[in-house]
Design a protein around this ligand. Structure first.
Ligand code: C2E
Ligand code: MG
Ligand code: MG
Ligand code: MG
Length: 293
């Protein structure tokens, strides 16, 4: 029977699998060749300083243009890549592509901003991760302070020893470390005092509940902001979609915001346009912020 199956994949789909299983199977299989076929691209989502309205950094977010399935969201294929270990190669490609982009902007005389890169916990199993990143930075002539690494609490939980060492090396190089989706993980807060963390990113699930009647959600945000301040860390809110949310965050003295209210993740050329106009201010701040001109 196994032989029969091998001969005719199409029949396998019809007899045994449902559509979702077939899709995962197909995507996981195609992931192996997606880099060489140049099917990935990076989009960049601007982050805005809440006081000045200026774009000071951006987050790189991977996109996969699959030849037959179309645009596949990272929430679908990143977990598949994590299962197969493919995420290591994809992660290297992301770092390389970001550094090449920063270098291109530099050649073109575009004012530099820091770019944040997402990392999965498997990438921290590579013993030489910090060296690898250093080599990519050097070969593209990129200053380490232009790079930020976003990890989730799971990185710390899943391989504490290795990740602690690597994060320390990266931090010593001058790279910023931030905790993504902060407040949704299962770890204790103990790691915050041991790791070289620069920034907490408040998870968008808390931001989206700002307008709800329950006071708790707002109190959690207030607490995260004061925790960050007490530990001398920066704080960013992700998933900001409304002016109401922005006003609340401004009153909390949250420093930076990121979300559809300002911009979706955009292609490099569009970010470039924003960066070229050095005094670019997002409209919404023009009326609201007494400090802007
Ligand atoms: P994340 O790092 O927490 O990224 C934020 C996600 O929220 C992005 O989804 C972004 O497009 C989305 N987002 C931004 N603003 C808003 C908003 O105002 N409202 C809502 N509803 N969503 C908003 P995206 O691009 O689909 O990425 C999903 C996740 O995939 C990321 O979550 C990250 O965990 C992972 N990911 C993306 N790129 C990479 C990568 O290069 N490497 C790794 N390892 N993971 C990645
Ligand atoms: Mg992120
Ligand atoms: Mg996040
Ligand atoms: Mg995430």
């Amino acid at each position: 029977r196994a032989k029969e199956r091998g001969k005719n994949n199409y029949n396998v789909f019809h007899s045994g699998m449902n559509m979702q299983t077939y899709r995962s199977f197909s995507l996981q299989n195609d992931l192996r060749r997606a880099i060489e076929r140049e099917e990935f691209e990076l989009h960049y989502q601007p982050r805005v300083n809440i006081e000045t309205g200026k774009v000071e950094s951006a987050e790189a977010l991977i996109r996969w243009n699959h030849p037959s399935w179309g645009l596949v969201p990272p929430l679908e294929f990143i977990p598949l890549a994590e299962e197969t270990g493919q995420i290591v190669e994809i992660g290297d490609w992301v770092v390389k592509t970001v550094c090449e982009q920063i270098n291109t902007w530099k050649q073109e005389g575009i004012p530099p901003i820091r770019i944040a890169i997402n990392f999965s916990s498997q990438q921290f199993l590579q013993k030489d991760l910090a060296d690898m990143i250093q080599r990519i930075l050097e070969s593209n002539d990129v200053h380490p302070e232009l790079i930020e690494i976003e990890i989730t609490e799971s990185v710390v939980v899943e391989n504490e020893e290795n990740s602690t060492k690597t994060l320390q090396q990266l931090s010593d190089m001058g790279i910023c470390i931030s905790i993504d989706d902060f407040g949704t993980g299962y770890s204790s807060l103990h790691y915050l005092s041991r790791l070289p963390v620069n920034t907490l990113k408040i998870d968008k699930s808390f931001i989206q509940k700002i307008s709800s009647d329950k006071k708790q959600h707002k109190l959690i945000i207030t607490s995260i902001v004061s925790l960050a301040k007490a530990l001398n860390m920066h704080v960013i809110a992700e998933g900001v979609e409304t002016e109401n949310q922005l006003d609340f965050l401004r009153n909390q003295e949250c420093e930076e915001v990121q979300g559809y209210l300002f911009s979706k993740p955009i292609v490099p050329n569009m970010l470039e346009e924003i960066l070229v106009q050095g005094d670019y201010k997002i409209d919404i701040f023009k009326n609201n912020n007494p400090k802007s001109p």
